[in-house]
Design a protein around this ligand. Structure first.
Ligand SMILES: Nc1ncnc2c1ncn2[C@@H]1O[C@H](COP(=O)(O)OP(=O)(O)O)[C@@H](O)[C@H]1O
Ligand SMILES: [Mg+2]
Length: 327
């Protein structure tokens, strides 16, 4: 088994170990790696592992959320700008590529880049030369570029929302993180790790999971992946008394019923529960596909935004306007 405790990458399932093996193999290569996987599967953690296990580990690791960069500011954010290059440019700035010099630049949510930004990135990746906005000469960057995407870039190319030539350039070395539902046994291992970690953080006596909580963690599909599990454990840890976590609150919120519970209920009640469980999973899975954006998820569902938003609120699922995320 790959030893990655130093990097806090937890999981013994074959699916996760396969991804970990790829990470260990690609870390020393010092080339661009495309990291794929649903939201919350650990893409940023994987990017950090690629950096810290590689030759640039004592140099900066600079994560950038591409979704937060506007079309007009993309080049100046990335490459920097000279003083007076545009109205708001009171001072010159070195840009994120300059900050990452010698180290690694991690471009997260690359699927959100606009056409213009995709063009600028492709030019930069050809030979890593770049020019500050408003500047004259070109500089040569010494950075490793890692990129991540929740969305399938191949599908975006078909929909003409992502440049094929950029995908060809990015698609050479890849690692895909499996969704938690395909990582048998890992949810429980992760939950126990989080409980131990929280115990140290809050200096509380040792606590463990009640058998009902274990059954829930093992059977639930975790559409929000490790992030959702981490949030659930965090909330349960803070909200429950005693030395056992029962996860009652989460089981209720997720309308999750064990087999015994179902048999003990009337048909009407059991049906309502099943519908609620379906609704919750459906909404959470669509939101995960839409990168947490209500408007996009509503479109995928063929519902209007406010009706879909009501469902999101009903099940207190993490979204753009989510209010229960603990990290
Ligand atoms: N294998 C793992 N072991 C421990 N923690 C993990 C693992 N994968 C993800 N996490 C945790 O889950 C959360 C989401 O991970 P992140 O890397 O941000 O996911 P993504 O970028 O794919 O949305 C983070 O708090 C991260 O530390
Ligand atoms: Mg991320």
């Amino acid at each position: 088994m790959q030893s990655s405790s130093r990097l806090n990458l937890v999981g013994s399932s074959p699916a996760f170990q396969h991804a970990l093996k790829t990470i260990h193999r690609l870390a020393p290569v010092d080339a661009t790696v495309l990291i794929g996987g649903e939201s919350g599967t650990g893409k940023e953690l994987a990017a950090r592992a690629l950096h810290y296990l590689g030759p640039r580990s004592d140099q900066p690791f600079i994560p950038v959320n591409c979704g937060a960069l506007s079309d007009t500011l993309f080049e100046s954010e990335l490459f920097g700008h000279e003083r007076g290059a545009f109205t708001d440019a009171k001072k010159s700035s070195q840009g994120l590529v300059g900050e990452a010099e010698g180290g690694t630049l991690f471009l997260d949510e690359i699927d959100t880049l606009t056409a213009k930004a995709q063009g600028a990135l492709l030019r930069f990746l050809q030979d890593k030369s770049y020019r500050r906005v408003g500047g004259k000469g070109y500089s040569q960057a010494d950075v490793r570029v890692l990129v991540a995407s929740n969305a399938d870039l191949g599908v975006l190319v078909q929909q003409q929302r992502f440049r094929q030539d950029l995908l060809y350039r990015l698609n050479v070395l890849c690692v895909t993180l499996p969704p938690l539902r395909e990582r048998h046994g890992d949810a429980l291992e992760l939950a126990n790790t989080f409980i131990t970690r929280l115990g140290h953080q809050y200096r509380t006596p040792e606590r463990k999971l009640h058998p009902d909580a274990i059954a829930f963690i093992e059977q639930y599909s975790w559409p929000g992946n490790v992030r959702e599990l981490e949030n659930v454990i965090h909330r349960e840890f803070l909200m429950s008394d005693g030395d056992e976590l029962r996860c009652e609150e989460s089981r209720r919120r997720m309308a999750f019923a064990t087999r015994d519970d179902v048999c003990a209920r009337s048909f009407k009640d059991a049906k309502a529960r099943a519908i609620a469980e379906f609704e919750r999973r459906y909404v959470a899975e669509l939101l995960a596909q839409a990168g947490g954006k209500i408007t996009d998820a509503a479109k995928l569902a063929g519902k209007d935004r406010s009706a879909f938003g009501k469902l999101v609120k009903k099940y207190t699922i993490e979204a753009d306007f989510g209010d229960f995320a603990l990290n």
